[in-house]
Design a protein around this ligand. Structure first.
Ligand SMILES: Nc1ncnc2c1ncn2[C@@H]1O[C@H](COP(=O)(O)OP(=O)(O)OP(=O)(O)O)[C@@H](O)[C@H]1O
Length: 263
């Protein structure tokens, strides 16, 4: 499994270019209007990056998709409206949200944390499938297999992020939402994590929407990217084009292309 993502060449062929379709999405908190009418779509099997400065509304976008904040407009997943659903209903429709800060249960073991991700998959028939999925997660994250009986709180930040992503994958999501997976992690650990996300996307065809401050890293694993500023999309396009257009990268993302080439 490659831990060094080097950029994608093209989006995967998809017969469902509008697998996730966001139209005129407004959302906020009480009087605070954050999202001012977003329009974008994500094809099935695609990795979509949402980039932009602090406070632009990236986290709020993910929260609106997973039912954690109320939104206006329309968000459909495979034709089913997501707006107006509770987080649990969104999860039942296949939306798994890994929030910023991870939300692992520190006193529970790694394996207990992972099994919580499968709590919606009950019944005897599902039991064997859940155990098989646990093995799959351990294949992606061998560090978690080695520590399966340890308390999650005793693991490193990177390993806790692995637990959070693994737990989301236990839902067998149609749509995986990742909020700032690199936050607080060393560059090498972040690279490894992004390499695994990429492998999951390729092997499971899981559609991914990732919010990231580290634009360079996100553009390396994404097929498409959207840049948000003050609740509006100011730039959308194939990740490769955004990455390769040095001016765009510098103006919108603060990515210095010259230093990248040097490094
Ligand atoms: N629970 C909340 N109540 C009120 N306002 C909020 C709440 N959460 C976020 N906001 C405000 O909404 C705006 C957008 O926040 P959001 O977290 O979506 O931005 P972001 O692009 O993810 O930023 P960051 O990169 O800093 O995480 C900000 O002005 C923020 O202060």
């Amino acid at each position: 499994m490659s831990g060094t993502a080097t950029g994608r060449t093209e989006a995967p062929a998809s017969e469902e270019p509008d697998f996730l379709e966001v139209r005129g999405l407004h959302a906020g908190y009480g009087q605070a209007r954050v999202l001012q009418g977003l329009d974008f779509s994500v094809a099935r099997g695609e990795v979509c990056a949402i980039l932009g400065p602090n406070g632009a509304g990236k986290t709020t976008t993910l929260r609106a998709l997973s039912g954690m904040v109320r939104g206006r407009g329309s968000v459909t997943l495979n034709g089913t409206e997501l707006l107006g659903r509770s987080p649990e209903q969104a999860a039942r429709l296949g939306v798994a949200h890994v929030p910023e800060g991870r939300g692992t249960f520190n006193d529970l073991t790694v394996e207990e944390n992972l099994r919580i991700g499968a709590h919606l998959r009950t019944g005897r028939r599902n039991r064997a499938a859940v155990t098989a999925d646990l093995e799959r997660i351990y294949d992606y994250f061998p560090a978690l297999r080695r520590r399966s009986r340890q308390a999650a709180g005793s693991l490193s930040g990177g390993e806790q992020q692995m637990i959070a992503i693994g737990r989301a994958l236990m839902l067998r999501p149609a749509l995986l939402l990742l909020d700032e997976p690199s936050l607080g992690l060393a560059p090498l650990v972040t690279r490894e994590l992004f390499g695994i996300v990429r492998a999951v996307n390729e092997e499971e065809r899981t559609t991914v929407v990732v919010v990231e401050q580290n634009a360079q890293l996100a553009l390396d694993i994404a097929h498409r990217a959207h840049v948000l500023e003050a609740g509006r999309l100011v730039l959308s396009g194939p990740a490769r084009e955004i990455r390769e257009d040095g001016q765009v990268a510098e103006v919108y993302l603060g990515v210095s292309v010259r230093s990248r080439k040097a490094g």
